[in-house]
Design a protein around this ligand. Sequence first.
Ligand code: PTJ
Length: 264
Amino acid sequence: MRIKIPEDHPRAESLHIREKLIKGFETGVVACAGLIAHGRGEAFDYLLGEKTTPSAMEAIKAAVATLLTAKNPVISVNGNTATLTPKEIIALAEVTRAKIEVNLFYRTAEREETIRKLLEEAGARQVLGVGEDASACIPELGSERRRVDPRGILIADVVLVPLEDGDRTEALVKMGKKVIAVDLNPLSRTAQKATITIVDNVTRAMPLLVQTAGKLQNEPREKLQQIIQRFNNSENLSKCISLITERLSELAAKGSFLDLPKEE
Ligand code: PTJ
């Protein structure tokens, strides 16, 4: 069932994102479990205050510097990301010279084709990893995510994996690749195992990645390398977790659990 979301609804933005995902599910882009995964993300976003934190911004800068200095960067696309940020995937791939590869946990030929079509309609020139193209395997990985394109993830040195499950992140890191994850849950295995974890909503992080890449693309390599060296993922994750605990303590002390404007 679809509803018209009242624009003055205090949760209008969040409801619009849900509607996009429901539509994505109905058109075969989003996996049924993608809706559940989004709910988990929403819960963490609530705890983070539903905005990009300074530590997420630091991770975004380090991620962009890593993508811009990579030899073979790849953006791995699943159902949720394809539905929520198709234009940003393409814009980021353009500015960082990254390849785009479809890689699904709930892999079916139909979903891969539907996602390829969606990305091509949004302007992608080449979409890897679909059907027989995913002829290579990530070692020691049991899930369907192990099937990768020999022109893409297999030979990549840097892989951006928005909304991931931890197993593949760990396997890619074991293969010597740098993994950049976008995950609202700083406690997830993905968040803990990635080289750089952006603890932010993919709907905010992707536009910021594009914007930051535009700003940094002409910077000298040494400056980009400095940004990467200064970044420490476990320290950054600690900052995210501290921010959540401090925010909750503050709200508990105030006796108010909603950051609502006064008139409400
Ligand atoms: O499209 P497929 O077949 O590849 O399947 C995709 C899902 C997401 C179903 C699959 O990768 C999966 O099951 O993922 P998990 O293990 O549920 O992990 C998803 C993670 O993404 C969780 O830690 C969520 O907190 C996080 N998450 C959900 N929505 C968002 C998010 N992180 C950032 N932005 C979001 N909008």
